[in-house]
Write a protein that binds this ligand. Structure first.
Ligand code: F6R
Length: 612
C-alpha cells in the first residue's frame, strides 16, 4: 500500500519518477506527487487521482533536476486529496518526505510539535516526520544524526524516504515494516517499494531490511546502517525481471495479460517440480524444513482474500492426498482465536505479495507458539518469506493487476503438488497412483489454453450483465472455493454485488434471493457432486432464476437447463479448481470492461495490503 520511488543520477528525474510511479500504481492510486531538489531548492508537484493526473500537472508545470522522490498513495490518514498527497514538507521547505506505512504515535508527536510552534498542512501521519526531522536538526545539525534520532522517536510500520536541501548529494531512507529496495546502476541510484519500478534502468538491487537506514548518492552508491547505528555492507543481487514482464505487451489491461499468462506459469511450475517420470515431486527450496514432515499430523493454513480461497482448496488437497488434518483460517482471525497446537503442527501461510500485514501477524502468532511456518509466496524477498522457517516460490512472475489471477492458480497448483509431495513422504499414495496424478497435472497448461480460447463467448455474455445488480455463485466440494473466488473477482472489479455459496447451503437461506434479475453461476463439471449441482440448477430454474453454467464437454443435460453454458475440457477433478477459475476470471474481467470499470485499479483497493 503506497508506492515510493527515488532517483539520483544523470537522467531527468521527472520521467524516471513517473515511470517508476506508474509501475507502482498497483500499490495505491488515489493521489500522487513528487519532490525534486534542484540548485538548492525543493519543488513539489502533487495531484489527487492517478499518475496520469500527476503527469498532466507536470506537463503544465514541469520540474527540472536529477534528484527526486515520488509517491503514489492509498489513503490511511486523511482523505485522498492534493493536500494529503505526499511528499510532505517541513515549515522551512528544506525537507520533503514520502512514507509508506503507519506512524502509530503520530497523534502524540503532532501534539508535541504543534506546542513547539510547527504548523501542519495535512491530516496525514507522514507530516510529523518532516517536522520532527526539522526539530531534531536544531539539536543535531548533521542530518544523519537528526534522522537517526527521528527514527528512534517514531513507532509503527514504515518505509521513509526524504530529501534535504542541506545535503543535495544524498537521498535518505529508513525501513521498519514496509518494503523498500535499493537499486543500483553505474552512476545511478534508486529506491523503490518494489523492483518493477526500476526495471530496466537498474541492474542490481538490495532488499533493505527492517531497522536499516542510510542514504544513496548520485554516483550509484549506498551507505547503510543497522538499527544500532553500525555501518553494514549490503550484498547486491542481479535484477532478473525483464521489462516485458512489467508492461502490458499489447493487452488492454494487466489483468487480461496475466489471465493469458497462466498456461506458461503452470508449465514453469510443472517443469520445476515434476521434472522426472517417476512421480517424484520436488520442493528443493524448502529442504531445510523436511526433517519434521514425517511426524506432521496437523496443518493450519492462514491467508487473506483470494489467497484464503486458495487455502480452502489446499485443505482439500492436503486432506485427500496426504491425509493430514488441515484447518484454514483467515489470517486476520487466526491471531485472535488462540489455536491449540503441538510439535506435530505446521502453519502454511499463503500470500501472493508476501507483504500482507494480517498474514504476517498470523505468522508471528504461530511463532510465538513455536509452530513451524512454511509460506507460499510469489516474492522471495518479502517479509513473509523472511519471517517463515522456509518458503515455497509460487513462480507466477510479477503480478500487477490488483485482482489476483495467475498468482491464485499458481497457489492452487503449488498446494496440489505440495500435498502430493507430502503423500509420498507419509506413504499415503503409492508410486503408480502418484504417477497417474502427475501425468494428469502435466496436461494442465494445454487444458488451460483450450479454456482461454473461449474468452470471446464470455465477452459476449458480459454485454447482457452490464446493468445487473447481484450475482450468485454456487459450487460444491473442490469447487466451493472456486465459487467464492468467482464472486470476489466479480465484485472487486465490476462493483456488482456477488456472493458465493456452497451448493448444499443454498436452500438453507440464500435461495430466497433468486429472481429473474439475479444470475446464478453454477459450477457443474463432472465429479462426485455433479448430480447434486444438477439439483441446484433445477431449484434455481424452478424459481425463474437465470443460470450460467460451467459443465464438462460431452454432458448433454446441463446445457439444456442453463441459459448460458460453457463446456470445460475433461480433466481430473483435482484440476477443476484451477481450470474453472479461468472462465470466472474472464467473466469478471469482461463484465468490468463492459461497465467501463478499470479492472487493473479497482476503487478503494491496493494490491499489497500492508496495514491490519
Ligand atoms: C483479490 C486479491 C486479494 C488478495 C489479498 C491477500 O483479487 O488479490 O484478496 O488475495 O489481499 O493478498 P496476498 O495474497 O498478497 O497476501
Amino acid at each position: 500500500m503506497c508506492g515510493i520511488v527515488a532517483y539520483m543520477g544523470p537522467k531527468a528525474v521527472e520521467s524516471v519518477l513517473l515511470v517508476g510511479l506508474t509501475r507502482l500504481e498497483y500499490r495505491g492510486y488515489d493521489s500522487a506527487g513528487i519532490a525534486v531538489l534542484n540548485r538548492g531548492e525543493i519543488q513539489t508537484r502533487k495531484e489527487q487521482g492517478k499518475i496520469k493526473d500527476l503527469e498532466n500537472l507536470l506537463q503544465a508545470h514541469p520540474v527540472e533536476g536529477n534528484i527526486g522522490i515520488g509517491h503514489t498513495r492509498w489513503a490511511t490518514h486523511g482523505e485522498p486529496n492534493r493536500k494529503n498527497a505526499h511528499p510532505h514538507i517541513d515549515n522551512s521547505r528544506k525537507i520533503a518526505v514520502v512514507h509508506n506505512g503507519i506512524i502509530e504515535n503520530h497523534y502524540e508527536l503532532r501534539r508535541e510539535l504543534i506546542k513547539e510552534g510547527y504548523v501542519f498542512h495535512s491530516e496525514t501521519d507522514t507530516e510529523v516526520i518532516a517536522h520532527l526531522l526539522a526539530d531534531k536538526l536544531k539539536q543535531h545539525p548533521q542530518i544523519e544524526d537528526a534522522f537517526y534520532q527521528t527514527i528512534l522517536k517514531i513507532q509503527g510500520r514504515y518505509s521513509i524516504v526524504f530529501l534535504y536541501d542541506g545535503a543535495p548529494h544524498r537521498v535518505f531512507f529508513a525501513r521498519d515494516g514496509s518494503p523498500l529496495i535499493y537499486g543500483h546502476a553505474s552512476g545511478e541510484s534508486f529506491l523503490a517499494s518494489d523492483i518493477p519500478a526500476i526495471v530496466p534502468l537498474a541492474s542490481h538491487y538490495y532488499t533493505i531490511h527492517n531497522g536499516e537506514w542510510g542514504w544513496i548518492t548520485e554516483s550509484g552508491e549506498m551507505q547503510l546502517f543497522n538499527s544500532k547505528n553500525t555501518a553494514i555492507s549490503p550484498k547486491l543481487e542481479r535484477i532478473d525481471i525483464e521489462v516485458n514482464q512489467v508492461e502490458k505487451n499489447g493487452y488492454d489491461h494487466f489483468m487480461l495479460k496475466e489471465i493469458y499468462e497462466q498456461p506458461d506459469v503452470m508449465r514453469r511450475i510443472i517443469q520445476t517440480r515434476l521434472n522426472g517420470s517417476d512421480g517424484k515431486v520436488l520442493f528443493p527450496e524448502k529442504a531445510a524444513d523436511n526433517q519434521f514432515l514425517g511426524s506432521l499430523s496437523r496443518i493450519f493454513i492462514t491467508s487473506a482474500g483470494t489467497s484464503w480461497h486458495a487455502g480452502l482448496v489446499g485443505k482439500m488437497y492436503l486432506e485427500h492426498l496426504a491425509k493430514i488434518t488441515t484447518e484454514v483460517d483467515l489470517a486476520s482471525e487466526f491471531r485472535y482465536r488462540n489455536p491449540i497446537a503441538g510439535g506435530d503442527t505446521k502453519v502454511i501461510a499463503v500470500s501472493q505479495s508476501g507483504e500482507t500485514a494480517d498474514t504476517l501477524a498470523s505468522i508471528y502468532q504461530a511463532k510465538s507458539k513455536f509452530i513451524r511456518v512454511l509460506s507460499f509466496v510469489n516474492n522471495a524477498n518479502s517479509a513473509i518469506a523472511r519471517e517463515s522457517d522456509a518458503y515455497v516460490d509460487l513462480m507466477a512472475g510479477v503480478e500487477i493487476g490488483v485482482a489476483s489471477t495467475k498468482a491464485y492458480t499458481a497457489e492452487l497448483l503449488n498446494l496440489l503438488l505440495y500435498a502430493l509431495f507430502l503423500s509420498g513422504i507419509k506413504w499415503v499414495i503409492g508410486k503408480t497412483e502418484r504417477q497417474k496424478i502427475c501425468d494428469e497435472i502435466r496436461l494442465l497448461p494445454s487444458l488451460m489454453e483450450e479454456t482461454l480460447r473461449k474468452s470471446e463467448v464470455i465477452k459476449q455474455w458480459a454485454q447482457n450483465f452490464k446493468e445487473t445488480k447481484d450475482f450468485i455463485f454456487l459450487g460444491r466440494a473442490l469447487d466451493y472455493p472456486t465459487a467464492l473466488e468467482g464472486a470476489l473477482k466479480l465484485k472487486e472489479i465490476s462493483y456488482i454485488h456477488a456472493s458465493g455459496y456452497a451448493g448444499g447451503e443454498f436452500k438453507h437461506g440464500p435461495i430466497a434471493l433468486v429472481t429473474s434479475d439475479v444470475p446464478v453461476v453454477c459450477i457443474a463439471v463432472q465429479s462426485e457432486i455433479y448430480e447434486k449441482m444438477l439439483s441446484n440448477i433445477e431449484e434455481v430454474k424452478a424459481r425463474g432464476g437465470k443460470i450460467i453454467a460451467l459443465y464438462t464437454e460431452g454432458d448433454k443435460t446441463v446445457p439444456k437447463l442453463a441459459d448460458y453454458s460453457l463446456p470445460m475440457p475433461k480433466a481430473s477433478p483435482l484440476l477443476y479448481p484451477i481450470l474453472n477459475s479461468i472462465p470466472l476470471q474472464l467473466l469478471a474481467y469482461h463484465v468490468a470492461v463492459a461497465r467501463n470499470c478499470e479492472p487493473d485499479q479497482p476503487r478503494n483497493l491496493a494490491k499489497s495490503v500492508t496495514v491490519e
